[in-house]
Write a protein that binds this ligand. Structure first.
Ligand code: B12
Ligand code: SF4
Ligand code: SF4
Length: 408
């Protein structure tokens, strides 16, 4: 229900909410009304019509809600957008040179932000309700982070937290490209903030660095070409054309975010609940290959990586293994090759070509063919294992035959 309070009381309430947001751990906050989202809604429709969402069918499922907060919750009168910095202590692009290690993107090599941000949103929403009650007003709230049908980036831009950069993520003058977003919808009518202007200017660093050419135009992303989609959201095999460009990125990609010049104003995140874990961010590929299902779950417990499941994780690791052989770093690749030699042809858990998961088994075909290892190359020239019936795997044997022996 819309509530009736005086303008000065509304402003005081807003000030109290701002103070509480900082106290619970948010780094920035902005306020907006739920109307005026027609342009982002039309762009979402265009993105979907062009099929740029790939197999993220959930983006299409409730697109009317996603494009219009007033349809999602007609009683909402204000939207409070919150940002949490996850600025890394070192440039994550340095990890890309360690081709015998798997690089997990900055947002994922730590506790799952969904849990941390949602906890804080709930705490702040409770605080808002209690502040409102103290002035005799009853209100309702809903909190959203990431998975709800809400377009968080254009909302954050409208609430003045920053602007949607040419890489399509929200950029903040204070925190650069490194922020997680979250939203509180409320029936309270609160004073709004002006939207932030675009400060990209003539810069095109994010567009130029993208390894897979995922930006058809500035401010537009074709998700089906983005490494974050291919390694995190995509269910099937990773298309052959993108495998070399993926390098050693085994979960997500930071390139377009990392080169943004506005990051120079971002202080390293001090958030103790979101501290980065170096052991996850860059781990030896040989160790990752040795993980069985239990080992995978244990290593990535509580992080976004765990949701991928060991089957797709192995798929990604094997793409990186295939690429490691191309880099010419003899010693590290020799270690991987030894690991390959031990696994090629074996059956059961931990064995590449005999892996119980079809995605792992299929990707293993390409990996052993590209690794600079005679044993692996021998197996790569061989035939599918007796009894192999999975079409995903058979297609890898059939279509990738030209890759045999190419490496080294
Ligand atoms: C789907 C999704 C993805 C998909 C698609 C990304 C995308 N850009 O759409 C994939 C899997 C690729 C992805 C990747 C990443 N994601 Co993501 N993702 C989402 C999610 C769930 C929905 C985004 C969405 O609505 N996409 C649909 C498109 C149509 O929306 P859009 O990008 O806003 O589209 C705008 C532009 O294209 C622009 N536009 C289009 N045409 C034109 C033309 C002109 C002239 C102009 C000016 C503009 C313009 O207008 C559109 C509407 O605003 C949000 C959470 C949420 N609920 O909002 C997180 C979210 C966007 N992701 C996030 C993050 C951190 C990432 C990664 C950095 C993770 C990583 N390191 O791997 C990468 C970044 C890749 C990138 N460059 O975008 C954060 C971004 C935070 C921020 N500060 O912006 C979010 C908000 C999650 C969160 N709660 O923090 N993600
Ligand atoms: S996350 Fe990586 S692959 Fe995706 S658009 Fe950015 S640079 Fe390109
Ligand atoms: S890298 Fe440049 S173009 Fe890309 S978002 Fe940052 S300022 Fe904008």
């Amino acid at each position: 229900m819309p509530t009736s309070i005086s303008d000065p009381a509304r402003q005081r309430l807003k000030d109290r909410i701002i103070a509480r947001s900082l106290a619970v751990g948010f780094d920035d906050i902005g306020f907006m009304g739920p109307e005026g989202m027609e342009v982002p809604a039309a762009r979402l429709d265009e993105f979907l019509a062009l099929g740029r969402h790939g197999d993220m069918g959930w983006l299409q499922d409730r697109s009317a809600w996603r494009g219009d907060p007033a349809t999602l919750w007609p009683e909402a009168r204000s939207i409070i957008m919150l940002a949490t910095s996850f600025a890394p202590p070192v440039d994550p692009l340095q990890s890309l040179a360690r081709t015998d290690h798997g690089a997990v993107s900055v947002y994922a090599a730590r506790r799952d932000y969904h849990d941390v941000v949602k906890g804080r949103l709930k705490e702040l929403a409770q605080g808002l309700l209690s502040e409102a009650r103290q002035i005799g007003v009853e209100a309702s709230v809903k909190v959203f982070v990431d998975t709800a049908p809400v377009m968080e980036k254009p909302l954050a831009a409208k609430a003045g937290l920053g602007w949607q950069g040419k890489h399509t993520n929200m950029v903040s003058r204070r925190h650069g490209s490194w922020t997680f977003l979250g939203a509180i919808f409320t029936t309270l009518e609160l004073p709004t903030d002006p939207p932030s202007p675009d400060h990209c200017g003539s810069c095109s660093r994010c567009l130029d660095i993208c390894p897979t050419g995922a930006f058809p135009a500035p401010y537009q992303l074709d998700a089906t070409r983005c490494i974050a989609y291919l390694t995190v959201e995509h269910q099937g095999q990773i298309p052959r054309a993108f495998r070399p460009a993926i390098g050693n990125r085994i979960f997500g990609c930071d390139d377009c975010l990392a080169v943004c010049p506005w990051n120079r104003f971002a202080a390293t995140s001090q958030d103790i609940r979101l501290q980065m874990r170096g052991d996850l961010q860059l781990a030896p590929l040989a160790d990752l290959l040795a993980l069985d299902d239990a080992g995978f779950r244990q290593m990535f417990a509580g992080t976004p990586v765990k949701r991928l499941g060991r089957d797709r994780f192995l798929r990604n690791v094997l793409v990186a293994v295939g690429n490691a052989g191309q880099g010419g770093r003899a010693a590290p690749v020799a270690a991987l090759a030894a690991s390959a030699a031990a696994r090629v042809g074996a059956r059961g858990g931990g064995a590449w070509l005999g892996d119980p998961g079809a995605r792992g088994r299929g990707m293993a075909v390409g990996a052993v063919r590209r690794l600079a290892c005679p044993a692996a190359r021998g197996a790569g020239r061989a035939r599918p294992q007796p009894g192999e019936a999975d079409p995903l795997v058979l297609v890898e044997w059939r279509d990738g035959s030209g890759e045999a022996g190419r490496a080294g």
